[in-house]
Design a binder for this molecule. Structure first.
Ligand SMILES: Cc1ncc(COP(=O)(O)O)c(C=O)c1O
Length: 388
């Protein structure tokens, strides 16, 4: 009954993690959803009231999205990431997830090679898999994607269609690509003629260090597609996000969007616009930063205090995740059941790799639990790792 491409996608591990956590009072380091406590409900209600009597709010919208919102976004992105784009170069999508899907629909033929980071966001892998892409994984270190490693692949003659990167506070590792590597990546895209997909849901959640410019900032030849989302900095429920690309690419990406769902939900776009034009988004992001920073600090401190010698982890300046590596022959997939029985959950590293890798690694989210529970959860996990 089912297509081979859907049968080829294995979601069993993710489903297992979800079902293990369900119900109990487990301290969860597994998720990646924003904290509901900080949803700006009062301002949202006011924004709904403000736009609720405009008939266009309930009408079909244009495929690229509501102009007012796109204009607000362009102002915001110029300030926060030094992205300079025109109104014709930004499209509103239903989540960055849809942005990734549209890129797959429009740019990927079966067998095309996509380079992804090792590790990377597994849902993007699954999405590109639907379009029958083949993957090559390139390693990461504290400076992000190892562009030297990518260059040697390209010099060996690999013909690459896309590079998919999450350059800032990467999911799952939390690392950020340095400026030199950003420039290098753009140079490689020009020399070897490929497209860079810069997926940046977490970049504005910075708790320490200095801001970085988007890869899109360095793009002179229209080879970078930038994806951003309201999910982590506002609310995910509207399913609103954006995609920035050259006009040449946008002409076809727009067809990709039209043939998926015609346009993004208009009500959400107007409400988000009403929120943004009062300058509330910037203030809201600042509140999120103040709320999440102590949680990040609490997890880093607890890791330092409780983890045994053979464990190392990343020290992200922002985002939602810390990536932990156990320098031993353990299987974090097998260990998860025991961890949940003891009251703590994480995502096993293996799901973030296309082939081998990640058996001795795990992703820890620090934005969901309270500071006290973070400390308690890390203590439990450390004890389990020590005896495994
Ligand atoms: C790297 C990455 N890209 C895309 C998404 C999808 O976000 P959205 O809610 O905008 O679809 C996520 C969500 O967790 C993510 O981590």
């Amino acid at each position: 009954m089912f297509s081979q491409r859907i049968l080829d996608i294995d979601m069993s591990e993710v489903k297992r993690v979800v079902s293990l956590i369900k119900g109990g009072n487990v301290i969860s380091f597994a998720g990646g959803v924003p904290s509901k406590e900080l949803f700006p409900l009062k301002e949202l209600r006011e924004a709904f009231l403000e736009v609720g009597e405009i008939a266009d709010v309930f009408q079909y919208g244009s495929t690229l999205g509501f102009e007012g919102l796109r204009e607000e976004l362009l102002k915001h992105l110029k300030e926060s990431q030094e992205i300079h784009a025109k109104l014709e170069e930004i499209m509103i999508t239903h989540g960055s997830q849809q942005g990734i899907d549209i890129i797959g629909r429009v740019l990927v033929d079966p067998g095309d090679i996509i380079v992804v980071e090792a590790p990377t966001y597994f849902v993007a892998l699954n999405t590109f898999q639907v379009y029958e892409a083949r993957f090559l994984q390139v390693g990461l270190d504290e400076e992000g994607l190892k562009t030297e490693e990518l260059e040697s692949l390209l010099r060996k003659g690999e013909k690459i269609k896309l590079v998919y990167t999450i350059p800032t506070f990467q999911n799952p590792s939390g690392v950020t690509m340095g400026e030199e590597r950003r420039k290098h990546l753009v140079e490689l895209a020009e020399d070897f003629d490929f497209i860079i997909v810069e997926d940046n849901p977490y970049g504005e959640l910075r708790y320490s260090g200095s801001p970085v410019k988007a890869i899109k900032h360095f793009d002179k030849s229209g080879r970078v597609i930038n994806l951003g989302t309201f999910s982590k900095i506002f609310v995910p429920g509207f399913r609103l996000a954006w995609l920035i690309a050259s006009e040449e690419l946008m002409e076809k990406l727009e067809v990709g969007k039209l043939t998926t769902d015609v346009c993004s939900n208009t009500v959400g776009q107007y409400v988000t616009w009403a929120f943004m034009r009062k300058g509330l988004l910037k203030k809201h992001i600042q509140r999120l930063i103040e709320f999440y920073r102590p949680k990040r600090d609490a997890m880093l401190e607890a890791l330092d205090e409780f983890m045994p010698e053979n464990v190392s982890w990343t020290k992200p300046d922002g985002g939602m995740f810390i990536w932990l590596t156990i320098d031993d022959n353990v299987d974090t997939k097998e260990m998860l059941e025991d961890a949940v029985k003891r009251g703590v959950a994480y995502v096993p590293g293996k799901v973030f790799y296309t082939l081998r890798g990640g058996e001795n690694q795990m992703r820890l989210n620090f934005t969901f639990e309270s500071v006290e529970r973070i400390r308690e959860g890390v203590k439990i996990l450390a004890k389990l790792i020590s005896i495994s």
